[in-house]
Write a new protein. Sequence first.
Length: 404
Amino acid sequence: MAQPTLSRSRPDPIVAFVCTEEGADLARAVAANIGAPAPTLHGGGVSAAARLGPEVGTGPVLAEIGNLPLDLACESVSAIGRAGARLVAFGRQSDLGTYRAIRKAGATDYFAFPVEVADLVQSLAQTVANAPTPALDPTLRIGVTGSNGGVGASLLAQNLAALSAASARTRRQTALIDGDLRFGSIGCDLNRDHSRGLIEALSAPDRIDETFLRNSMDHLGDRLALYSSAAAGLADVRALQGRIGRVVHGVAQHFETTVVDLPRELLFDQPGLLAALRSLVLVVPAGYSGVQAAARALAHLRDAAPHLQVVPVLSELRADAALSRADLSAALEIDIRHVLPRSDAALMRAHRRGQPAVTQAPNGAYARAVLRLWAELSAPADAGARRGKPGARFLRGLLGRSAG
């Protein structure tokens, strides 16, 4: 019988998280056996893979258990599975209890040293061949960014989060994260006191759990919590922002909706952040510079994050060249279905009260536009072909109760 192989073409590099040189040698032997390039090796074993979350990827991964206690090893295995990777684990523990516990935690297989390379290769081949269709993730992880500054991206992020938490038909536990560490404005817009909670989370993302979030986030109500920090004098902003993908991944484990306001440079600097998102709203002004910047962002996202649902939105909050939705759709070669209308009076009242516009003026034009966008973002991931404008009864039902 022919030996199973991972692919008829040259396989991608093996990704392995190891604790020992013996583990590294095993990964190299597997790569040589299947004709793959030298493996991509990381230290730290399963715990390191778990900390990376979605940055691990969704393909097969080798990971060494090391000296972790069994309960902690199982927690790491489960976290890797939740991130979407298919894990084949190995270690020195050779008892049946370890094998069963690691498999039950979500690993597709477990091998004890000394490992027969052929057995591990066969397991990897079966892991690839039998990979199930990923289950729909019920959590929403939405990024919001502007192709240019001053187009209302931060305003949109806070209103999407408020709608997720406040509307009678959603009432989702919602986290709102302002990713701009130097000039974030959401906390000020919502009349919140300065907090170092986000800085603490970025400084130690491995600490994020329910207790940590309860103590470090600013709770704006029963269902909406905020991380926002426009901290002056931070010397290590780049290092902190480099961990924002891990923070988003950690926060999303405890909330039904996570909305992140993103400085646009993070789209290019933080691939791990893109991996942690399900959707990205790109807010584009009605001007030529907006078209140019949006085209660059969309081209980058197609290459860097092909999994990502990108929803472009035309913002009329500033006039620019007053290009129409049809103009932008044609220029960007993408269907723009959503427009944020200029609503000076409603937005001024909301700003003065330190409240989101969707709760202060739920029947206004801006709130209705946000609701139509929310209906698309919150639709099942496989319902793209069915997405469209929500019915009038649905709109009235949500908006009529959204202040509750």
